[in-house]
Design a protein around this ligand. Structure first.
Ligand SMILES: *Cc1c(COP(=O)(O)O)cnc(C)c1O
Length: 434
């Protein structure tokens, strides 16, 4: 299948090229040319299927023409080596726990899939592949862990100094091997700009084999459709009218939400979506006014959502033919301050005996505030509360223990390279890596 650019100023490319390039040459984001619809029988049988089985069917719809079935099955089954349970929190409110993978955040799904797909594509490549990834926290750990020791691949993680939690930082600065952490003296947007500039730089691209692992990459983005189907399959066994489902998605770069929109386009019966934001709410302002005005991000306690110019906005516009009206028909928005997030963490823990993380709390509060009668809400639990121990413990008023998986990371020693925000230093650094 071919992948076209949302800017439509360049020709569509193969899956291989879309994955390796990350961003189209006209700076647009890649989209699949065909979004297949599944027959109704798929939805009827889904209740009996496992996460891996459902994901393989969905993966074939996108990647089946480009990857042999048995290879694709291996990639899917190997990537999804953990469960994604749907947990009932209160009456009509559920949480899809996406955080049972190695780094305890939903990005494990896309990152693990992409690492394996890239390794498959590179089985005959002799040059070293350099994966560049900007992170506001969880992307870096998911990508670094997903790619750890993948042969022929080197990963450079760019993260904003002092703006990620200690646990997040440890998860990508302690790995060593083929993983290098670059500590940028700026914001997440600065990190993202450095990565984008690198892909646009002719000299770098001539001398090095560069690829991105940000949420813009189709190999990370499209696998995020899998679990919307699996959530629906689980819901079928729990409620009478699963088609009344509303997905509430804690959003930053909007890759997760956009994957949900694509799942809906494939025929998944979803009533509507809620984009839940922290105070970085340019998307909400767009829904309200029809005007999109990016602005610098501000730091919040849900820091993986501190994004001032969400990259996947271009895909949403493309998917809906740039119609503000059509977008508003499928998606509503809401935003929360840090104090409101803390209150949700506290109240949900004490009233509903469920521990959220600061990101999930935005999504969950959006269900409390936004569900209409007859609707069933699923909040995407994007990270484990254990990744934000200080914030969560402080908000609920109790000490939360750190799970063993994270304690293991904390024992490693941080290794990073300091990097200024200017592009020249970064370019120079990369050129010296070979
Ligand atoms: C990355 C991340 C988000 C935002 O996801 P997008 O796909 O960028 O919108 C939300 N919550 C957590 C915990 C994350 O790591």
């Amino acid at each position: 299948m071919l992948y076209y650019s949302t800017n439509k100023k360049t020709s569509p490319v193969s899956l291989h090229d879309a994955v390796v390039r990350g961003l189209a040459s006209d700076k647009g984001l890649f989209m699949p040319e065909v979004i297949r619809r599944f027959p109704p029988a798929f939805y009827q049988n889904m209740k009996e299927m496992t996460l891996r089985e459902i994901s393989f069917v969905v993966a074939e719809a996108f990647f089946g023409e480009d990857v042999e079935a048995d290879k694709l099955k291996d990639i899917v089954y190997d990537a999804l080596n953990f469960d994604i349970p749907l947990v009932q929190v209160a009456d009509n409110r559920y949480c899809l726990e996406l955080f049972h993978g190695p780094t305890m955040a939903f990005k494990d799904v896309g990152a693990r899939f992409m690492a394996r797909l890239l390794a498959y594509f590179n089985r005959q490549e002799t040059r070293q592949v350099n994966v560049l990834v900007a992170t506001s926290g969880d992307t870096g750990s998911a990508v670094a862990n997903g790619f750890l020791d993948v042969p022929g691949v080197k990963v450079f993680v760019l993260y904003p100094q002092g703006k990620v939690s200690e646990i997040q930082e440890k998860q990508f600065t302690t790995l060593g091997h083929n993983i290098t952490a670059l500590e940028v003296s700026g914001t997440f947007d600065d990190c993202q700009a450095l990565v984008k500039s690198a892909f646009m730089d002719p000299e770098l691209n001539e001398k090095l084999y560069l690829t991105s692992a940000n949420s813009i990459n189709v190999a990370r983005f499209l696998p995020q459709t899998f679990y919307y189907f699996y959530a629906y399959a689980q819901l079928c066994g729990m409620v009478e009218h699963p088609e009344q489902v509303v997905f509430s998605v804690p959003s930053g770069n909007f890759g997760n939400l956009t994957a949900g929109l694509i799942a809906k386009r494939m025929g998944l019966p979803v009533k509507r979506f809620i984009a839940a934001n922290n105070r970085n709410d340019v998307f909400l302002q767009y829904l309200r006014t029809g005007v999109y005005t990016p602005r610098p991000s501000i730091a919040t306690i849900a820091n993986a959502m501190d994004v001032g110019d969400p990259s996947n906005f271009a895909r949403i516009l493309d998917l809906y033919g740039h119609s503000h009206e059509a977008i508003c028909a499928d998606i509503s928005g809401i935003s929360y301050t840090d104090d409101e997030i803390r209150r949700t963490l506290h109240d949900t823990f004490h009233r509903e005996k469920y521990l959220l993380d600061p990101h999930g709390a935005c999504g969950y509060q959006a269900l409390i505030d936004g569900l209409q009668p007859g609707e069933t809400g699923i909040c995407l639990g994007t990270a484990s509360p254990a990744k934000f121990l200080d914030t969560v413990s402080g908000a609920v008023g109790e000490t939360i223990a750190m799970p063993e998986k994270l304690r293991n990371f904390m024992q490693g020693e941080k290794q990073s390279i300091l990097m200024p925000v200017g592009f020249n230093a970064f370019k120079h650094f990369l050129l010296n890596q070979q």
